[in-house]
Design a protein around this ligand. Structure first.
Ligand SMILES: Nc1ncnc2c1ncn2[C@@H]1O[C@H](COP(=O)(O)OP(=O)(O)O)[C@@H](O)[C@H]1O
Ligand SMILES: [Mg+2]
Length: 317
């Protein structure tokens, strides 16, 4: 049985990448085959070296470790779903990790000792995915996570990796927009966050646009769809997040009516607001790991339903 590398660790590092490999405690004894899979991209402005290392999920590679085979022609690679909205705080990060968790639990690994070939990726130049990942008990996750940290070739490369089947991308909290951009032009700005987003949208197959049941969320949602997604012909699905069932259905129906009036496809059910989600982020938990309770079950159900709704959406051709 061939054991393939399944985890990507990325961090900015000055100097010899071997030192970086050594710093990860479960990778103490590395052999030569690791280093063959190490790649660098010079991040010009900072003078830092960006190092990505693909490593097996469970420490050292086995003897028969081999670089992944070339993709067969015509294979478009892993499906890339991008979670984005111009509005901050709508639930992009929450949706990314929990969707990756439910999909990861239901995607067969490449081998008995392998992790599921599902990756949650953060493209925020601040590396917020890393902050979350620091709190996570690694073995508890049915997916891998990466943070691109300015390496805009990473997600295209992962998409081509035959061992990866799904990539869910968490977009930066706030979108870098050039307010002076003409209506007919791409409004993405010129900073690192905009460059990262542009690169991901190039390879995105679909987009998930979270919206909260409050009118303040309407404009940024429309902007995201009309200015960012539609010009790129990226199929999208709007999902209402953080609807509190205790508030009654009025706000939910209002936002659903708004989405429908605009002709935007949306999931049939919202993701409900549960305190358990808010607390989970702090503890590095994902829905598939919540302690059993009625609320945990309902919280999980919402993300399974989102995963199913997403399956019905065609990928960009
Ligand atoms: N369905 C939900 N129920 C309860 N809290 C939620 C839910 N979705 C998101 N949150 C909380 O709302 C805040 C913003 O969510 P986050 O995922 O960080 O948004 P974004 O990534 O779009 O900025 C976080 O504190 C998060 O825990
Ligand atoms: Mg976020």
């Amino acid at each position: 049985m061939t054991s393939y590398p399944t985890r990507v660790l990325t961090e900015s590092w000055r100097g010899d990448p071997t030192d970086l490999i050594q710093r990860h405690s479960n990778l103490d004894s590395v052999d030569q085959s690791w280093q063959t899979s190490t790649s660098h991209t010079a991040a010009a402005a900072s003078g830092m070296v960006q190092t990505s290392i693909r490593v097996p999920a469970h420490g050292k590679p086995t003897e028969d470790f081999m670089p992944p085979a070339q993709q067969t022609p015509g294979d478009t690679g892993a499906v890339v779903d991008v979670v984005l909205s111009q509005k901050g705080g709508v639930g992009k990060s929450t949706i990314t990790v929990n969707l990756a968790a439910v999909i990861g639990e239901n995607t067969r690994p490449n081998g008995p000792d392998e992790d599921a070939p599902v990756i949650a990726a953060g493209i925020d130049p601040q590396g917020s995915m890393e902050k979350w990942a620091d709190k996570v008990e690694e073995d508890a996750l049915p997916f891998d996570y990466v943070s691109t940290r300015g390496d805009n070739d990473m997600i295209p490369a992962l998409k081509r990796d035959p061992l990866v089947r799904r990539i869910i991308v968490d977009c930066p909290g706030f979108m870098d927009i050039d307010p002076t951009a003409e209506r007919s032009k791409d409004p993405l700005g010129h900073g690192a966050a905009a460059d990262a987003l542009r690169a991901v949208l190039e390879v995105a197959d679909r987009a998930i646009v979270p919206i909260n049941p409050e009118w303040l969320a309407f404009d940024p949602t429309e902007y995201t769809i009309e200015r960012i997604l539609r010009p790129r012909r990226i199929p999208f699905l709007v999902v209402v997040n953080r609807w509190d069932p205790r508030d009654g259905r009025e706000d939910l129906e209002k936002v659903e009516a708004w989405i429908d009036e605009h002709g935007y496809p949306r999931t049939p059910q919202p993701i409900r607001k549960y305190k358990i989600h808010t607390n989970a982020a702090e503890k590095g938990l994902v829905v598939t790991r919540y302690a059993e309770s009625g609320t945990a079950l309902r919280a999980r159900e919402d993300f399974y339903k989102l995963a199913i709704a997403l399956d019905g959406l065609e990928v960009r051709s």
